[in-house]
Design a binder for this molecule. Structure first.
Ligand SMILES: [Zn+2]
Ligand SMILES: [Zn+2]
Length: 208
């Protein structure tokens, strides 16, 4: 009899635990508004993840979407460009694109390592498909001119919103120099001069 009682108790406990897990996962799903697309932020190992919470909020507010944080990944070895000791951004995008599953609209990679384009090899702040499902941002060059933490955050947020704009189909903007989609051309001053804002041209393209 005692054995039966123990078994019953065990089964009840298992049922309770799995029920609890089920309701937890329901809660997580309901937190994500199904009418909005979802962006995943993916830090590469070594990136200061404390910056991501703020970035997440800014993305959600700016593009009216859901944002989640993926676990950190190692930088893929095949992306390393030994002659310049930095990482090829287009190889990182190929890697991240594969992680854009289960309805994820875009995977945004974050690294503190320097990244560059392929031809010619040119150090950059970020790169994103236009349109597409992956973009990557490096804080290496955003720390230039001894940026304070507040400045670094502001620059990071602007570059993320710029690259995500590319993913959503926005090309570079020539209509207004303060528009976020203006090509920074590797100049930190341009990033600083931009506002966290899209001009009417870009807003129109985004809503087409
Ligand atoms: Zn761009
Ligand atoms: Zn614009």
């Amino acid at each position: 009899m005692l054995k039966y009682f123990q078994l019953f108790f065990l089964l009840t406990a298992v049922a309770f635990i799995s029920c609890n897990q089920f309701s937890n996962s329901l809660n997580n799903i309901s937190k994500r508004n199904i009418n909005k697309f979802t962006v995943a932020l993916m830090p590469y190992k070594g990136f200061d993840t404390t910056l991501l919470k703020e970035v997440l909020k800014e993305i959600e507010a700016f593009y009216v979407c859901n944002a989640i944080i993926f676990p950190a990944n190692d930088l893929p070895e095949n992306a390393f460009y030994a002659p310049r000791q930095r990482y090829k951004a287009d190889s990182l995008l190929l890697f991240q694109k594969q992680l854009a599953k289960d309805g994820i609209r875009s995977v945004v990679g974050f690294t503190a390592k320097d990244i560059s384009t392929s031809t010619p090899d040119w150090g950059i702040f970020g790169l994103g498909y236009c349109p597409g499902k992956a973009c990557v941002i490096s804080t290496c060059r955003l720390q230039k001119a001894s940026a304070t933490t507040a400045q670094l955050k502001e620059r990071l947020i602007k570059v993320v919103l710029h690259e995500l704009g590319h993913n959503l189909g926005l090309p570079h903007c020539t209509a207004d120099k303060e528009c976020l989609l203006t090509d920074a051309g590797g100049t930190i001053k341009q990033v600083d001069n931009e506002r966290k804002w899209l001009c009417s041209n870009c807003t129109q393209i985004l809503h087409q």
